[in-house]
Design a protein around this ligand. Structure first.
Ligand SMILES: Nc1nc2c(c(=O)[nH]1)N[C@H]1C(S)=C(S)[C@@H](COP(=O)(O)OP(=O)(O)OC[C@H]3O[C@@H](n4cnc5c(N)ncnc54)[C@H](O)[C@@H]3O)O[C@H]1N2
Ligand code: MOO
Length: 409
């Protein structure tokens, strides 16, 4: 008898089946992998900035001279990149440029607009300066030894900037996990250059699966297209077993006599009952999950829209864990743009929709046709919402996850 899990049970099991994280050291300068996550806290070995530095072009002044009207002698001229040649004492100033180190004994920098230049040897301050003004103390940004990146931070250009400032060339990141995609179905044609015979369709789901897997930071090692045949499906799975972290199958997950994926995975895992065999969710109830020989296997529906939902609400959360990026499944809430009435069933419903900001409020417009056979809406859909009730009124709040970057329209 097939065991049917609730969605929340299935999610918990899927996460428990996540492939373990692995780490690797990467060269910050050479491999700017925008998706890798930092695996260990990174500490700076130097103060940032490394010295007390001037924030203005002007004159470094001594504590005793902050509000003096008396002429002050220019004893040094320090450009960015240079080192002060002498310390400051009362009555003395040093000409400094923005970014230059200030000499020992400097209490503030008075910007050049606020001084009268008497000649090239002396100035007079025309506006008093505060203690510390226009000097950035060494270590104000970060002190040597302090954590500048927490584990889980993404290694993107912003992060790279901090690492460069601290002079760090190598960091430990979570390794991209390896994912093989197997699309099953004797009706599938994988090349758009091959004309369709009656009964055939072009394989489509691998496109969003491969794209979303790569967007998450994982590597797609193979995309295979396999006939509805138990032995062929077993062979296709076995070919990747142990060599990849995840195998994502689509198609053949249901109950028909040509749906062989469940049988194939049972045979390979050597168990009668898989950890997840079917889920009380719609769309996407035909979903299986197992772990065998070091590989986590997810069998998803052939219907592309159902597979799209299953991937985003289940499989992706395991993959993210392996990448060191555990995330909330439904991290946001949005308000519904219209009333909804759904046939009351025990399944959790997931609707595809388009979310947008209305002022500061996230509003979601569920797609009108939620059939699993509908693909055309995918071009405008950017979110999935979770529905636990059978009726909703416009303005009610629902949990939401984004399926694509909402800032890219
Ligand atoms: N008697 C029952 N029949 C079905 C049930 C059920 O409970 N009892 N469940 C239905 C539900 S819900 C779904 S969803 C589908 C899932 O079926 P499969 O996972 O076995 O998927 P297939 O039959 O292989 O394909 C379904 C549909 O999608 C097309 N397809 C398949 N692969 C792709 C691809 N890579 N790209 C684009 N389109 C694809 C395929 O041609 C079919 O039209 O089962 C219901 N049946
Ligand atoms: O998983 Mo199915 O999508 O409900 O047709």
């Amino acid at each position: 008898m097939t065991h049917v899990s609730t969605y929340d049970e299935a999610l918990e099991t899927v996460i428990a089946l996540a492939a373990p994280c692995a780490v690797t050291d990467v060269d910050v300068w050479a491999s700017l992998d925008r998706h890798a996550r930092i695996a260990e806290a990174v500490r700076t070995g130097i103060d940032l900035p490394p010295f007390h530095r001037s924030m203005m072009d002007g004159y470094a002044v001594h504590q005793a001279d902050l509000d003096t009207q008396a002429p002050l002698a220019i004893v040094d001229d320090i450009r960015a990149g240079e080192s002060p040649r002498c310390d400051l004492s009362p009555g003395k100033v040093a000409k400094v440029r923005t970014g230059a180190p200030v000499p020992n004994g400097a209490a503030a920098v008075v910007r050049q607009e606020w001084v009268d230049v008497i000649d090239d040897k002396a100035i007079r301050i025309v506006r008093p300066v505060r203690d510390g003004e226009s000097i950035q103390p060494a270590g104000e940004d970060a002190k040597a030894g302090h954590v500048i990146l927490e584990p889980g931070s993404v290694l993107d250009p912003q992060t790279q900037t901090i690492l460069r400032a601290a002079g760090i060339g190598q960091v430990r990141v979570y390794k991209p996990c390896r994912v093989a995609i197997i699309a099953t179905g004797s009706e599938l044609v994988s090349s758009v250059n091959t004309p369709l015979q009656r009964g055939q369709i072009y394989a489509a789901s691998d496109a969003f699966l491969a794209g979303a897997v790569r967007d998450a930071g994982a590597t797609v090692t193979d995309i295979a297209f396999i006939q509805d045949d138990l032995r062929s499906i077993e062979q296709a799975i076995t070919a990747h077993l142990g060599a990849v972290d995840y195998i994502l199958l689509t198609g053949g997950a249901s109950v028909g006599d040509t749906d062989f994926v469940k049988a194939a995975v049972r045979n390979i895992a050597g168990v009668d009952q898989l950890p997840v065999e079917r889920v009380w969710m719609r769309p996407g109830s035909p979903f299986i999950a197992a772990r065998a020989h070091g590989t986590t296997i997810f069998g998803m529906s052939g219907n592309p829209a159902a597979c799209f939902v299953q991937f985003h609400v289940l499989a992706l959360h395991a993959i993210r864990r392996t990448l060191g990026h555990p995330s909330d499944t439904f991290p946001l809430s949005a308000i519904l743009s219209r009333d909804l009435a759904i046939k009351p069933v025990k399944h959790v419903r997931f609707h595809r929709g388009r979310a947008r900001l209305d002022g500061t409020t996230l509003v979601v417009e569920p797609q009108l046709n939620q059939s699993s056979g509908i693909l055309s809406g995918l071009s405008s859909v950017n979110a999935i919402i979770r529905l636990d009730q059978s009726t909703y009124q416009k303005g009610e709040t629902v949990p939401l996850l984004f399926t694509r970057n909402p800032l890219v329209d």
